[in-house]
Design a protein. Structure first.
Length: 297
């Protein structure tokens, strides 16, 4: 028996993914079969493991210990993500994990790319903000939303890459900020940007790599090109199955295309919420200087 089905469609990118939750397959520990090959481990901001990735039996598997296991790939069926959850785990929790964590990686494994970035929508296209953990990606995107720009992604941005154009894939998301940022920006239900539900594609206009550093002094923005831009972007790429040669080759080819087509700017700045407005002003100024038609969406 299938508990429910959740459409999560992304037009013009290939498979249309749908989550199914199997009530009758709930077990005490939904581990993958021993024959599956471990390929990935995911950690949180405190370096604690929260999920594992496996390959085997014609599919990929993501396991959240104590929560659920998600499977997708040819043997599961085109456009299907199947969840097997533990007793007591609510469908709402499974759905949230699917939307926020599983769906982007399922798309990446199926041909898209996934950048560890937040983003806003502008008149020129999508502008993304990537960086290491705690660099301020979500804070910058949410703060720009408070200035009137539509927040387009939070923490994860899915890309549809072609040799002559780079599109972003609009997926459902819920903005999340660390406590200090949420308090500083007065994040409330009334002020939160609405999660995207269109699942369309939009042009990627620029990427800003956030690089906060204590003692950095004056804020600087440097535009990268060639190998430097490629390396800067690749450092923030998510790849579900980095051990498979064809997946690695596709990742490298796509990020070469991405770095050749999209302006990449590195922002070095002194961290601190009291300096946030200066950071936003500098980013907007660089976008104008680069000739992008920055306009509120």
């Amino acid at each position: 028996m299938i508990d429910r089905a959740i459409p999560a469609r992304a037009r013009s990118i290939g498979p249309l993914f749908e989550l199914t939750i199997d009530n009758e397959v709930r077990v005490s520990q939904p581990h993958p079969a021993p024959s599956y090959t471990p390929i990935q481990v995911w950690q949180d901001l405190d370096d604690r493991i929260f999920a594992y990735g496996y390959a085997g039996d014609g599919c990929w598997t993501m396991e959240w210990p104590g929560h659920a296991t998600f499977r997708f790939g040819p043997s599961i069926g085109e456009g299907i993500v199947r969840a097997n959850c533990l007793p007591g785990v609510t469908p709402a929790r499974v759905e949230d994990t699917f939307r926020r964590s599983v769906l982007p990686l399922a798309l990446q494994a199926s041909g898209c790319e996934t950048l560890h970035a937040s983003a806003v929508s502008t008149g020129a296209g999508i502008v993304a903000f990537c960086g290491e953990r705690r660099a301020g990606k979500s804070t910058v995107a949410y703060a720009l939303a408070r200035r009137g720009y539509e927040q387009y992604a939070d923490d994860t941005l899915v890309l549809s890459v072609a040799p002559d154009h780079i599109d972003t894939v609009e997926l459902p998301f819920t903005p999340r900020l660390r406590e200090a940022s949420a308090r500083f920006l007065e994040m409330t239900t009334a002020h939160s940007p609405m999660p995207s539900r269109n699942c369309a594609t939009r042009h990627l206009a620029a990427v800003f790599v956030l690089s906060p550093s204590a003692g950095a002094g004056a804020l600087t923005i440097t535009t990268l090109a060639g190998t430097a831009a490629f390396r800067a972007l690749l450092a923030h790429a998510h790849c579900f199955d980095p051990q498979t040669p064809s997946q690695r080759e596709r990742l490298l080819r796509n990020y070469l295309d991405l770095s050749a087509q999209v302006p990449v700017h590195v922002v070095c700045y002194e961290p601190g919420l009291d300096r946030l407005d200066d950071l936003l002003d500098a980013i907007l100024e660089r976008v104008h200087a680069a000739g992008h038609a920055w306009a509120s969406a």
